[in-house]
Design a binder for this molecule. Structure first.
Ligand code: 13P
Ligand code: 13P
Ligand code: MG
Ligand code: MG
Length: 386
């Protein structure tokens, strides 16, 4: 059977700051999805949240970018945002950047991860959802899952994985995509995805038969809005087993709480902490950036599950390390590399402060003989010094 899995998410307002979704807003969204299910638009759905992001997990047979499914999600967010406004929740309607819906939800603010697949006899999937970070946060764990045998021994041991995977990488600044094959082009791949603010893994396919293995919501909210309105808080859908990473190989990639951009005011690097659904609430310094994972089986379009994948003492050490890293990073205060680099701060309110100080700068003799720097020009020339 051909099934489409659509995960569409948005921050429509939250309790007590950028903290947690209110249950009444989830109930409002649920009502809209229940109606869509009754009308046959959706086969099944599951609603959850990570921090202040409302997550709609939907299945249907209508393919990707389907206007009806996207309109359903938009209406669910609108209804939920109305409830958020009535309750006086913080930043009600935060990610709904447009007043009206036209065709599909892309570019309107919410994040979208969709895959249209031929269901295998058993179709295990994991959906990873993050709060207080951006889509490039998945670059490192997806690389580990699909290209690093030290994480995924199946790449070495399993003949059906041995040909590797190809990665579709999007340059979010230029709006161009490139596909790179691992292991053959591993170094080229790493050359790009090591700059996760710009180059974002969007899709992953198995090399030998082009089987779609993973998709990521690549929306960069600030690039759409042209200003800081909140972080993107991305999701990824990963298919598992039978020639794809085992569930445990997918989870293993998150056992290292790597540094991701986001956290307080979307302006700080912090560790991505894998947590249970119960702990999917931003607290300390509006974080640390949190990740939940839900495991399902998809059968005839039905969502069987979920299992709360990080609700497990096996991830206690990753969380402990994340807390130690959080302490360490916090002690930098407003200094880089805790605070993001200038190109990423462009969309925050920091440039207003720089603008205010500008008239007070007095020109000095040019003792450094520098050409235009990346700070004044915005781009590196790539030239090196002797
Ligand atoms: P969200 O992107 O989760 O709304 O958080 C924004 C923020 O500024 C947190 O400090
Ligand atoms: P406020 O100015 O509403 O406090 O927002 C700060 C913040 O959390 C940035 O997202
Ligand atoms: Mg928010
Ligand atoms: Mg959020």
């Amino acid at each position: 059977m051909r099934t489409t899995i659509s995960v569409i998410k948005a921050d429509i307002g939250s309790l007590a700051g950028h903290h947690v979704v209110h249950p009444d807003t989830m109930a409002a969204a649920s009502k809209v999805l229940a109606e869509a299910k009754a009308q046959g638009i959706l086969i099944d759905y599951y609603i959850t949240h990570v921090g202040d992001d409302l997550q709609l997990i939907m299945t249907h047979t209508r393919g990707e970018l389907d206007p009806k499914v996207h309109e359903t999600a938009w209406n669910a967010f609108k209804k939920a945002a109305e409830v958020a406004r009535d309750l006086g929740l913080y930043a009600a309607g935060q990610d709904l950047l447009s007043d009206s819906f036209s065709g599909n939800i892309r570019g309107l603010g919410p994040g979208v991860a969709e895959m249209d697949i031929e269901e295998r006899i058993s179709e295990p999937i994991a959906i990873f959802m993050a709060d207080k970070t951006e889509p490039g946060a998945f670059n490192l764990p997806l690389y580990k899952m699909f290209a690093d045998p030290f994480n995924t021994p199946g790449l070495v041991i399993d003949p059906t994985m041995h040909d590797g995977f190809k990665f579709e990488v999007l340059d979010v600044y230029e709006g161009e995509a490139v596909t790179l094959t691992a292991p053959q082009e591993l170094y080229d791949l790493l050359a790009l995805i090591g700059t996760p603010a710009r180059y974002v893994i969007r899709r992953i396919y198995r090399n030998d038969d082009n089987l779609l293995a993973a998709v990521v919501a690549i929306e960069r909210l600030n690039l759409i809005a042209g200003k800081y309105v909140g972080k993107d808080d991305p999701v990824t859908i990963v298919r598992l087993q039978h020639g794809l990473p085992a569930l445990g190989e997918a989870l293993e990639a998150f056992s290292f709480p790597h540094l991701v951009p986001g956290w307080m005011r979307g302006s700080h690097y912090g560790p991505l902490m894998p947590v249970s659904q119960r702990d999917a609430r931003a607290t300390r310094f509006d974080g640390p950036p949190r990740l939940i994972g839900l495991g399902f089986n998809v059968k005839n379009g039905k969502l069987v599950g979920p299992s709360d994948l990080f609700d497990d003492p096996a991830f206690d050490e990753a969380r402990r390390l994340a807390n130690v890293i959080a302490d360490y990073m916090r002690r930098h205060g407003t200094f880089m590399p805790h605070r993001l680099e200038p190109t990423e701060m462009e969309y925050t309110t920091l440039p207003l402060i720089q603008e205010k100080l500008k008239p007070r700068f007095k020109k000095e003799a040019d003792m450094y003989k520098t050409k235009e720097s990346i700070y004044t020009k915005g781009k590196s020339t790539g030239e090196t010094h002797d």
